[in-house]
Write a new protein. Structure first.
Length: 348
């Protein structure tokens, strides 16, 4: 199975991903690889979904601008920092600040929030996930202290991208953002949904080829889950099995990557995140947002953990990680790809 890169090059990877034939061997090899690189550590990230306003209109997403059935909210900078305070006490050393593309949060406001979190918690990493911005803006976020940036490419295929997004959104711009972020020095996360409407097997292979070119520090994938108030309401959800096999393939193709067992994976199956860990994932991102607003960050239907307090999720997830045979790591959990490049820079 260490021939996985050859299989990607010679077109043989489809069988591995889309049939159950090699599944057992695949999961064993992936788990072996994650243990060799990251041991049994599973890194915890505290996720703060600070605004569900979004100027975009992605057809799959429940917080899209056209969804008028959704109550919109924003947390204030003080509320965001107070979520981090709570998270710090619970042992989180990475905070992920995610929102829709909300122009209320100007570059200056976001930089201010990042700076005050870094000042208070200098031993913590801050990850931003606030969408497409100019390189200049990304640079200002980096200077303010942000360490990582998540921006899923969603699909690497032009035609597929156009079926998932309004016509003013451009795949080339999305890809450019990712390369800009890398160049600036962020630890960068890309990714895509599994089983999104109109996705072909070939598209997924293209995603893997694109990821190989980008060589990201983090790769987030999860099943597509339909949302009743979107144009994709009646499309079927993505497959648990294909998502798990893809996690394993990603682990083998990108041994140093941080790969989350996503909330979407935990939503389509009660033990989805545990299965994700066993397939090679090594990150989980429990929610730190105030319970009152959690239901409103509804990217898809039936999202888990929307009624739980941050402390409950923290306890629950640690229990699940340990039961699955891993260790809930209390550290920043930087990407080894990035750490290696930093060491190289200082010794060069
Ligand atoms: N199902 C699954 N994942 C979704 N996302 C958005 N909408 C959905 C959905 N309906 C994912 C996108 C986005 C991330 C924040 O959530 O990939 O990048
Ligand atoms: Fe939120 Fe289990 S992780 S309740």
């Amino acid at each position: 199975m260490n021939k996985i890169t050859d299989l990607l090059d010679n077109g043989g990877l489809k069988d591995v991903i889309f049939s159950a034939q090699y599944e057992k061997e695949l999961f064993i090899e992936a788990d072996k690889t994650r243990r060799a690189v990251y041991g049994t550590d599973v890194y915890l990230r505290g996720l703060i979904e600070f605004s569900n306003y979004c100027k975009n209109d992605c057809l799959y997403c429940g917080i899209r601008n056209s969804n008028k059935n959704l109550k919109r909210y924003r947390l204030s900078p003080e509320e965001i920092v107070s979520c981090c305070e709570n998270g710090y006490k619970l042992g989180f050393r990475t905070f992920v600040l995610q929102s829709g593309e909300d122009s209320f949060f100007t570059d200056k406001i976001i930089c201010g929030i990042v700076a005050s979190i870094k000042e208070k918690f200098s031993d913590c990493a801050v990850t931003l996930s606030v969408g497409e911005k100019t390189k200049e803006t990304y640079r200002s976020f980096f200077s303010a202290g942000a360490d990582r940036y998540l921006l899923r490419h969603e699909t690497a295929n032009e035609e597929h991208y156009r079926k998932l997004h309004p016509q003013y959104m451009k795949l080339s711009e999305r890809k450019q953002c990712l390369f800009d972020l890398k160049e600036i020095g962020f630890q960068v996360g890309a990714g895509f949904m599994v089983g999104s409407p109109y996705q072909t097997q070939e598209n997924i292979i293209e995603d893997l080829i694109f990821l190989r070119k980008l060589n990201p520090d983090m790769i987030g994938i999860g099943p597509f889950i339909n949302h009743a108030d979107t144009p994709f309401a009646s499309f079927p959800n993505g497959s648990l099995e294909v998502t798990l096999r893809l996690i394993a393939v990603l682990r083998l193709l990108f041994p140093f990557a941080l790969i989350p067992a996503t909330t979407a994976l935990g939503t389509i199956a009660h033990n989805g995140r545990e299965l994700g860990l066993k397939a090679g994932a090594n990150v989980v991102m429990p929610n730190l947002s105030p319970t009152e607003i959690r239901k409103l960050y509804s990217l898809y239907d039936n999202k888990i953990c929307t009624g739980d307090e941050a402390a409950e999720c923290r306890r629950c997830i640690e229990h699940r990680i340990i039961k699955a045979g891993y260790n809930a790591a209390v550290s920043r959990g930087d990407s080894k790809l990035w750490t290696k490049s930093q060491n190289k820079n200082t010794t060069d």
